[in-house]
Design a protein around this ligand. Structure first.
Ligand code: GLY
Ligand code: MN
Ligand code: MN
Length: 493
């Protein structure tokens, strides 16, 4: 067993109570303080079952341990961020911490402590410990006077409960930073989440070595395990219901704005999951040509298209990323259909190129080829198609890449090296979006007027399987006539 990083009773000073400043308790008499110490039931939970992903997180930690033998690895969840004065943004645990623990607690830190290596093998593996804030102390008033006391923010799991649930021994996080500062030996951390942890390690880590850890944790997530695939399907299924919700309220959105659509989808995300996985793009009319239109304050008008790009994030933080471009009045106009059907054809070609052994870039190339063909056929782009593609001229209207990995992050695995991602080969268990689009800006004088202000994207979440792929978002229609029939049926109920 390695020497304990933080002993059971840390010699560090107790964290001072940070009283809330909202003036609800202007003064505390000794009598009240004494009164608040007692009269509370013991609510410790016993014999808890581990969370569903515990076996998977254990396997992920084992793989991490094997990659960095003999080194201490420190993976923080992150801290609350101030929104204004004494209110904070909703907390979202770091992807790396969530991936390795299944936990989402603010200020949590996972530490993999290297065991002494037996001479015979040269490597002893690691002991994992999760460092968390314990239940609030009732003796010293922390529980009701501290801003993070349980009376204010709700009951936390005790360290014993957390250990049982996560399958990782849990210890008090207070004192961890100091202990990390005092500890010796090679260490790496994931940067950007916890300033106190980083400050404690500042003389012990290098940016280059920490980056290797970040890259490893990105590449480890490229192929999803069975639990992750199940969660992605749940995220997509909730997202499908969220799109149905939106279709049903389009007339109400017409009376207000894109915000009604945003709010409607958000309701589904919060009721069935943790949140939305990224800011919903609710882009009506010409806003559809702005790729990341998240202001969502525009008008919703009959005769226009609505480009809705939205995804529910599950309670375990896996997100969907789906786009449909819908006729607000239920039927595509002639020019809208022409552009929509071209994007559909491009998406079909892209999805058909997703299979094990294919190059990652194949689906992008397949989609772009179709779009360039259409643009040449419509006389918007000078041929031949191959020449236009070589020069990338179609990109004036296709604008973005055709997809990306999907998982805990909407743009998942972003720190992976090119050879493991963009220049890599598809394998079963990878999950990616296929999302071609055509966008004709309202002020684009190079296209006939009827095209201007039309933006179309169709985006689905595609799992690479042993023999091809599975469209996780097949629950939403994609073909223009099927979209119209689906909308008509939803609006009748
Ligand atoms: N919603 C962002 C994207 O599609 O990549
Ligand atoms: Mn999207
Ligand atoms: Mn996407």
């Amino acid at each position: 067993m390695a020497e304990e990083l933080v002993p059971e009773t840390p010699e560090t000073e107790e964290k001072p109570i940070k009283q809330r400043k909202n003036g609800l308790y202007p003064g505390v008499t000794d009598e009240l303080a004494e009164n608040m110490r007692s009269g509370w039931a013991d609510t410790e939970l016993q014999d808890l079952e581990p969370i569903a992903q515990a076996a998977h997180t254990a396997a992920r930690r084992a793989a991490l341990s094997a990659r960095f033998p003999g080194e201490r690895l420190v993976i923080p969840a992150g801290n609350l961020k101030t929104r204004s004065n004494d209110t904070e943004y909703t907390f979202r645990a770091s992807t790396e911490y969530t991936y390795l623990t299944g936990d989402q607690t603010q200020d949590g830190v996972l530490v993999l402590e290297p065991r002494p290596a037996p001479e015979s093998t040269g490597t002893g593996g690691h002991d994992a410990t999760i460092y968390l804030l314990p239940r609030s102390n009732r003796e010293n008033g922390e529980f009701w006077l501290d801003g993070q006391g349980e009376l204010w923010v709700g009951r936390r799991h005790s360290l014993g409960e957390a250990g049982q649930l996560l399958g990782i021994p849990a210890k008090d996080v207070r004192g961890l930073a100091a202990a990390l500062g005092d500890a010796t030996g090679p260490v790496r951390t994931v940067r950007g989440h916890d300033a106190a942890v980083e400050a404690a390690l500042t003389d012990k880590v290098t940016a280059e070595r920490d980056e290797e850890l970040r890259v490893y944790l990105s590449e480890a997530r490229v192929v999803k395990d069975a639990f992750e695939i199940g969660e992605l399907q749940k995220a997509v299924d909730s997202t499908v219901r969220g799109f149905e919700d939106v279709v049903k309220i389009l007339d109400k959105a017409e009376a207000t704005s894109e915000r009604y659509i945003e709010g409607t989808f958000f309701l589904r995300a919060r009721v069935e999951g943790n949140d939305i996985g990224y800011g919903s793009i609710c882009a009506a009319g010409p806003h559809a040509t702005t790729l990341h239109w998240v202001r969502n304050d525009g008008d919703v008008r009959r005769g226009d298209l609505l480009l809705l790009d939205a995804g529910v994030e599950t309670y375990t933080l896996y997100t969907a990323d789906v786009t449909r471009t819908l006729p607000i009045d239920g039927r595509y106009s002639e020019i809208q259909r022409k552009i929509y059907d071209a994007v559909y054809e491009a998406q079909e070609a892209g999805i058909a190129a997703v299979r094990p052994g294919a190059k990652y870039r194949d689906f992008h190339d397949a989609s772009q080829h179709v779009l360039a063909e259409k643009l040449v056929a419509w006389g918007l782009l000078e041929g031949p198609v191959e020449k236009a593609l070589e020069l990338g001229l179609q990109r004036r209207w296709t604008l973005h890449g055709t997809g990306h990995m999907l998982g805990l992050d909407v743009h998942d695995c972003a720190a992976a090296r090119r050879e493991a991602y963009a220049d890599g080969t598809l394998e079963p268990g990878m999950c990616l979006t296929v999302e071609p689009g055509l966008y004709f800006q309202a002020d684009d004088l190079t296209v006939p007027e009827e095209y201007r202000g039309i933006g179309v994207r169709i985006e689905d979440d595609i799992l690479v399987t042993e023999d091809g792929n599975r469209n996780l978002s097949a629950g939403l229609p994609r073909r223009s006539d099927e979209v119209e029939a689906w909308m008509a049926a939803l609006r009748q109920v």
